[in-house]
Design a protein around this ligand. Structure first.
Ligand SMILES: Cc1cc2nc3c(=O)[nH]c(=O)nc-3n(C[C@H](O)[C@H](O)[C@H](O)COP(=O)(O)OP(=O)(O)OC[C@H]3O[C@@H](n4cnc5c(N)ncnc54)[C@H](O)[C@@H]3O)c2cc1C
Length: 422
């Protein structure tokens, strides 16, 4: 993709982030007063709540999230090195209430009663709905002995991010930082490798002699392989060691040790700072509501409207990292899915079928050094033959550049945050 086309593409999928297909001309008379409950105010849920009210002003939209603000994982690797204050990534839900009239309920949802179209909240209160959107993000598969307070995952942004930041800042100049990456699929396939480049740059400037050991459960770098292979074998070859096919069997918090298996051989690794990222599954709410089949980790949905494909869950939609369409698990994608889902709900309330040919997009702009960044984009289109979303086009930067680090990457993040939360 040439530079002009790429800029245009970024404008469309990252900068504009607008919903071109929303049925503005629909009569929403039938939907007047209908209540849509959105559970989870991350990139998926916040975007859905906002756009439901923007394009369905007669709807009663309730956003349920125990937090009062969302802390964005996107951009959070730069918090680890002190480049971005975490406050810049913290987006209060009050903006959705004050600007769009979204009703806020600050407590966790514990389950869905689909028969009675009701959400059960932790306090015992309930919320009735016409449609419900579930967007609780991810949960983790436990690693025996893993204490998050000693070996932070920093894969849900907030206190975990600042804990890992403190550990990295306090690390000895010749210390080792281990990043343990789970098997795919996990949230943000580029992000653990981005974490390595960002921290490697920080080490080069602040802790000469410090090393990064990447223990990857996958056979190869799972996101932007060309870009990160070049970084680890090029600019960071003296700092980063990348080891594929490593399974973490157990963690020993006291001794800061991981018991691992590599290619069938067991051994252990100790390090001053260990970022153990466990393998991932849908948010607990989905398991507790019966929305994830036995043996699965994510919730099956119809990608035309993100409604659960399980029997008995009509009008129950799942978007973002919790669903299992196989599309990238990313903030940009969660925002994109939210718009397809909102469109389908508005059509349903107006007695219409969903858009038969939705498209979704994802993007990332990982910093490689303090002065350069790379980018990747992917577009998915609906394939009627398989009833699935397939990657119809994708691109990766030929090489990291200054423009992407200074303008395109920050601009994309500002747009994504503002389109989702402001
Ligand atoms: C280090 C890192 C870097 C990343 N970089 C990028 C990037 O460059 N580009 C990109 O597009 N993506 C990136 N991502 C991925 C992105 O952050 C996630 O894919 C995105 O946050 C998923 O959105 P979501 O709405 O599904 O979940 P989340 O954003 O996790 O939101 C879930 C929300 O649900 C709430 N919740 C959970 N359970 C309940 C409940 N029972 N009741 C009520 N509320 C509940 C939570 O409080 C939370 O607010 C990155 C991720 C990480 C970790």
């Amino acid at each position: 993709m040439n530079s002009l086309n790429r800029r245009k593409f970024i404008q469309v999928c990252g900068g504009g982030l607008a919903l071109a297909t929303l049925p503005l001309t629909f009569s929403l008379h039938a939907a007047s007063g209908a209540r849509v409950v959105v559970i989870g105010g991350g990139f998926a849920g916040a975007t859905a709540a906002k756009y439901l009210r923007l394009f369905g002003p007669d709807l009663q939209v309730t956003l349920v999230d125990p937090a009062t603000a969302h802390v964005s994982c996107v951009g959070s690797n730069l918090v680890l090195t002190g480049e971005t204050p975490i406050g810049e990534l913290t987006k209060p839900f009050a903006a959705l209430r004050d600007k769009y009239g979204v009703e806020l309920v600050a407590e966790p949802a514990v389950s869905i009663d689909a028969d009675n179209k009701r959400v059960n909240l932790a306090s015992g209160a309930t919320l009735d709905y016409e449609h419900v959107i579930l967007a609780p993000g991810i949960d983790f598969d436990p690693v025996p002995g893993h204490d998050f307070n000693v070996m932070p995952h920093a894969w849900i942004a907030g206190a975990q991010t600042t804990l890992l930041q403190e550990q990295l800042m306090a690390m000895a100049n010749d210390g080792t930082f281990v990043i343990a990456i789970p098997k795919t699929p996990f949230r943000a396939h580029t992000a653990p490798y981005e974490r390595a480049t960002v921290v490697a740059d920080y080490f080069r400037r602040n802790k000469p002699g410090a090393k990064i050991l990447i223990l990857d459960a996958n056979a190869a770098i799972a996101g932007m392989n060309r870009t990160f292979t070049a970084a680890f074998t090029g600019v960071y070859r003296d700092i980063v060691e990348y080891v594929p096919n490593v399974t973490v069997n157990a963690a020993d918090a006291l001794n800061r040790r991981l018991d691992i298996t590599r290619d069938g051989t067991a051994s252990s690794v100790t390090a001053e700072v260990i970022n153990l990222i466990p393998s991932q599954k849908a948010g607990k709410l989905l398991f507790d509501s019966g929305l994830v089949p036995d043996g699965s980790k994510f919730a099956p949905v119809n990608p035309l409207n993100y409604e659960s494909t399980l029997a008995g869950f009509s009008k129950v939609h799942i978007i973002g990292d919790s669903q299992s369409t196989g599309q990238a698990k990313s903030g940009h994608m969660a925002n994109s899915q939210a718009k397809v889902c909102v469109d389908a709900i508005l059509r349903d309330l107006a007695g219409l079928e969903p858009d038969p040919a939705p498209k979704t997009t994802a993007a990332a702009f990982p910093p490689i050094t303090r002065r350069t960044a790379s980018w990747t984009t992917v577009t998915y289109s609906f394939d009627a033959a398989t009833m699935s979303m397939v990657a119809s086009s994708s691109a990766e930067a030929p090489e990291p550049t200054k423009d992407v680090r200074e303008e395109e990457g920050p601009g994309w993040l500002i747009n994504l945050l503002s389109d989702s939360f402001a």
